[in-house]
Design a protein around this ligand. Structure first.
Ligand code: ZN
Ligand code: ZN
Length: 220
C-alpha cells in the first residue's frame, strides 16, 4: 500500500479536484493520500473546507485514508508558528511547510521556523538542510520529506545524509500536481534508493514512520 502525504489539486496549482486525484490514487494502489494545497491566510479557510468534503466522500465509499491538509507556501518565515495553529482550527489535519528548496525564493529562516514550531507536522523539500535544523526536527517530532518532485529533489542526497546523522524521521512524498505524478509500481522505492537510503531505512519509513505520522496528526 502506498502512502503519500503531499499532493496538490486545482484548489491551488494542481490540475484535478481532490476527489479526482484520490480516485487515481486509489486505483494505483494507495492506502493513504494527504491533500496539502498551497495556503496562506488568503485562502486557507475555503481550501480546508473544500478538501475536507472530498476526503470525507472518498472515505465513505472507498477503502482509502484521505487526509485534508495544507502546505504553507512562501509565507513569511516569522508567521509560520501562528499560521500553523490557525490552519488547524478550520480542520486541517495535516500541516506541511514548503521548505527552502533551492529552485525557488523561499525566505531564509523558513526551515528553522518550521522545525522550531510545535505545530508543524512535516517539513517538505528542505533544500540545504543544516545539522541544527535536523536536530530541532528530531526534538520537536517534525518529519522531514524526501521528495520525487523535479527540482526540489536535487537536495535529497544531502537531506538523507544530514537527516540520518541527526536521527530524523523521513517520509517519501510525491508532491503531485497531477495524477501522472502519483506513485505507481516500485517508483517510491526507487526514489528512496536513488536518494541514498538503504533497504533498512526504506523499510522503516514504510513500516514505522508512515503509521507514526498518522498517529502524530491524530488520524484515526
Ligand atoms: Zn512545496
Ligand atoms: Zn507541494
Amino acid at each position: 500500500m502506498i502512502y503519500d502525504f503531499h499532493t496538490h489539486t486545482f484548489f491551488s496549482d494542481g490540475v484535478s479536484s481532490p476527489i479526482e486525484l484520490i480516485r487515481f490514487a486509489y486505483a494505483y494502489g494507495y492506502g493513504c493520500i494527504g491533500i496539502s494545497d498551497h495556503a496562506s491566510y488568503s485562502n486557507m479557510d475555503q481550501l480546508i473546507e473544500s478538501i475536507r468534503r472530498d476526503c470525507e466522500l472518498a472515505e465513505k465509499y472507498w477503502d482509502i485514508k484521505a487526509v485534508p491538509g495544507v502546505e504553507l507556501t512562501n509565507v513569511p518565515a516569522g508567521s509560520i508558528d501562528q499560521m500553523e495553529k490557525d490552519a488547524k482550527k478550520p480542520g486541517a489535519m495535516l500541516v506541511v511547510v514548503h521548505g527552502e528548496t533551492i529552485v525557488e525564493e523561499v525566505e531564509e529562516g523558513t526551515n528553522m521556523a518550521a522545525v522550531s514550531s510545535k505545530h508543524v507536522d512535516l517539513l517538505a523539500h528542505p533544500g540545504l538542510l543544516t545539522p541544527e535544523e535536523a536536530k530541532l526536527a528530531v526534538e520537536n517530532d517534525i518529519y522531514i520529506e524526501i521528495t520525487s518532485r523535479t527540482g526540489h529533489n536535487l537536495c535529497n542526497g544531502r537531506v538523507v545524509k544530514i537527516g540520518r546523522d541527526a536521527g530524523v524521521k523521513f517520509l517519501i512524498n510525491s508532491d503531485s500536481h497531477c495524477h501522472n505524478d502519483l506513485y505507481r509500481g516500485d517508483f517510491k522505492r526507487e526514489v528512496a534508493f536513488g536518494s541514498g537510503l538503504d533497504e533498512k531505512e526504506y523499510e522503516e519509513i514504510i513500516k514505522v514512520n508512515q503509521q507514526g505520522f498518522l498517529k502524530k496528526i491524530g488520524y484515526s
